[in-house]
Design a protein around this ligand. Structure first.
Ligand SMILES: Nc1ncnc2c1ncn2[C@@H]1O[C@H](COP(=O)(O)OP(=O)(O)OP(=O)(O)O)[C@@H](O)[C@H]1O
Ligand SMILES: [Mg+2]
Length: 277
C-alpha cells in the first residue's frame, strides 16, 4: 500500500487548464477506486462551487480562519458521481468579501496562522482519511497561496500551452520559485495543454511523432520533464460546462489523454517510493 501524495497544479498564465485537469484526474482516480481529495486553493478566483454546482456550508476560508475543521468543510461526492473510490471536495468561497479578505485585509500574522492550519489539515487528510492523493488547484502566477500549495506538494504539475508567452513565463517562475522549493524534495513536471493536433481540418491534424517532438522541445527549452500533453479540443473549449469528461465521456480523446497522464503519475509515484525505500 503506497503512502498518499499531495499534487499541486499551477501555471504562470491563467486559463491553461489547471482546474480542468485537476478535477478530471481526481475524478478518474476516484472512479478506479482510489481515495482522493480535491481542494480549491484558488482562493483569489475560486471555481469548484460552479464546476460541481455546490453551495457548501463552510469553506477552506473558514478552515484557514480557525472557524472550521477539515471534517466540517469536506463534501463527499463519491456516491452521487457513481465512483468506486472516494472523492472529497474542499471548496473555496466565491463571495467577494471573502476573496477581498484573503487578498487584502488579512495581515502576515493571520496568513502565517492560516498556513499552519492548512498544513495541519493536509496532514490530517492523509492520517485520518487514508487518502491516496490530495489535489491542490491553485491560482496562476506567483501568489501567496499558490506558493504555499507548491511548497506543500510532493508533486508539482505546471500546466502550460506551448506558446512563447507561456514558455518564457514558466522559465522565469522555475528560476525564481520552483528551484528553491524542489531543493526540499518536491518534484516538478510539465503538463502541456491545448497543444495543436485535434483540429477537424485535415492539414492541422496531428502527424505521427509530432507531439513527441513538441514534448522533447519543451523539455529542452525549460529543463523540466513533460508528463504528457493534451490537444485543444473545440468541443471542450466551447462547452458551456465541461464536467468530468474523463469519467463521463471515456471514449473522447481528451479522456484518453487524461488517463495516460493519470497512469504516468501513478507510475512515477510508485517509482519514487521504491527509490525512497
Ligand atoms: N485540452 C483542452 N482543450 C480545449 N479546451 C480546454 C482544454 N483544457 C481546458 N480547456 C478549457 O479551457 C478553459 C480554461 O480551463 P481551466 O479553467 O481549467 O483553466 P485554469 O488554468 O484553471 O484557469 P484559471 O487560471 O483561470 O484558474 C475552460 O473553458 C476549459 O474547458
Ligand atoms: Mg482554475
Amino acid at each position: 500500500m503506497s503512502a498518499g501524495k499531495a499534487l499541486a497544479f499551477h501555471s504562470y498564465k491563467g486559463g491553461t487548464g489547471k482546474t480542468t485537469i485537476a478535477t478530471n484526474l481526481a475524478a478518474f482516480y476516484a472512479k478506479i477506486g482510489m481515495r482522493v481529495c480535491l481542494l480549491d486553493c484558488d482562493l483569489y478566483a475560486p471555481s469548484l462551487t460552479t464546476y460541481f454546482r455546490k453551495t457548501p456550508e463552510s469553506y477552506i476560508n473558514n478552515l484557514l480562519a480557525g472557524e472550521a475543521e477539515i471534517s466540517d468543510i469536506l463534501v463527499d461526492v463519491s456516491s452521487e458521481l457513481g465512483l468506486n473510490g472516494k472523492l472529497l471536495l474542499g471548496f473555496s468561497s466565491p463571495r467577494k468579501v471573502d476573496i477581498h479578505e484573503i487578498e487584502i485585509r488579512h495581515d502576515m500574522k493571520w496568513q502565517l496562522a492560516a498556513l499552519r492550519r492548512f498544513l495541519a489539515a493536509k496532514k490530517e487528510l492523509f492520517s485520518e482519511y487514508k487518502l491516496d492523493y490530495v489535489f491542490f488547484d491553485t491560482s496562476p502566477g506567483i501568489r501567496y497561496w499558490s506558493v504555499n500549495c507548491i511548497a506543500a506538494a510532493d508533486f508539482l504539475f505546471l500546466t502550460m500551452r506551448a506558446s512563447d508567452m507561456d514558455i518564457e513565463g514558466t522559465k522565469k517562475m522555475i528560476k525564481e520559485v520552483y528551484e528553491s522549493l524542489t531543493k526540499f524534495g518536491s518534484k516538478c513536471f510539465v503538463i502541456l495543454n491545448k497543444v495543436p493536433g485535434a483540429s477537424p481540418i485535415k492539414k492541422f491534424q496531428e502527424k505521427a511523432n509530432e507531439r513527441v517532438l513538441l514534448e522533447k522541445d519543451i523539455e529542452k527549452s525549460i529543463g523540466i520533464k513533460v508528463t504528457g500533453s493534451i490537444p485543444c479540443f473545440c468541443d471542450v473549449q466551447f462547452n458551456k460546462h465541461e464536467f468530468l469528461s474523463a469519467i463521463n465521456q471515456p471514449k473522447h480523446r481528451f479522456s484518453k489523454n487524461l488517463r495516460d497522464i493519470a497512469n504516468k503519475i501513478n507510475g512515477m509515484n510508485q517509482r519514487f517510493q521504491v527509490d525512497e525505500e
